[in-house]
Design a protein around this ligand. Structure first.
Ligand code: ADP
Length: 186
């Protein structure tokens, strides 16, 4: 299965994508996780990404596209994957379309995990306290939500028109949300 998981910051994409990936025995490919790993290892990619992440802005498309193009060629992704956090712009959608077309494959389903803005905010504030993610600061959170609304929310329509989109309620116990996701992709 080739699954794309979408949703605003704080919707629980990362948590749910990891659980779903385990269930389906396919890799969880999170651009945010890859960027954070590079930041903590101090790689050139990490230094570049951090400038943007710390402000709540998107990392430039050329950087992100090249990273995903490489990751999708790994052996573990031949039978499927869950993409989490990519694509996030219409330009990235075109780029992903091209990558998949080159490989002669396509997406099976796009799932949107949704939750009300107040819930998103509460969760990110709690995560800041628990995990200390540097972009979970109130000003940066506000900016991330704005950037999502402006740049990424329009992608839902694109995938809706392709009849690939399913919506899942992200509110509730982690296990309940996972069950809803499993049902949505089955
Ligand atoms: P969240 O969805 O909670 O904001 P992520 O872990 O998915 O968190 O992403 C964290 C940050 O990494 C984003 O705010 C952005 O700066 C960067 N990032 C992740 N994916 C992309 C992408 N596809 N394009 C550009 N920047 C990205």
């Amino acid at each position: 299965m080739r699954i794309l998981l979408m949703g605003p910051p704080g919707a629980g994409k990362g948590t749910q994508a990891a659980l779903l990936a385990q269930r389906l025995s396919i890799p969880h490919i999170s651009t945010g996780d890859i960027f954070r790993a590079n930041v903590s290892q101090g790689t050139p990619l990490g230094r570049k990404a951090q400038e943007y992440m710390d402000k709540g802005e998107y990392v430039p498309d050329d950087v992100t596209n090249a990273m995903v193009r490489d990751r999708l060629t790994w052996e573990d992704a031949v039978n499927g994957f869950i993409l989490d956090g990519y694509p996030r712009t219409t330009a990235q959608v075109s780029e992903l379309d091209a990558m998949l077309a080159d490989a002669g494959i396509g997406l099976d389903v796009v799932v949107e995990l949704h939750a009300q803005p107040e819930v998103l905010l509460q969760r990110m504030v709690k995560r800041a306290a628990d995990q200390g993610r540097s972009d979970d600061d109130p000003t940066v959170i506000r900016r991330r939500l704005e950037v999502y609304a402006a740049e990424t929310a329009p992608l839902l329509e694109v995938y809706g028109q392709r009849n690939l989109l399913r919506q899942v309620d992200g509110i509730g116990d982690i296990a309940d949300v996972t069950s809803r996701l499993v049902a949505a992709v089955s």
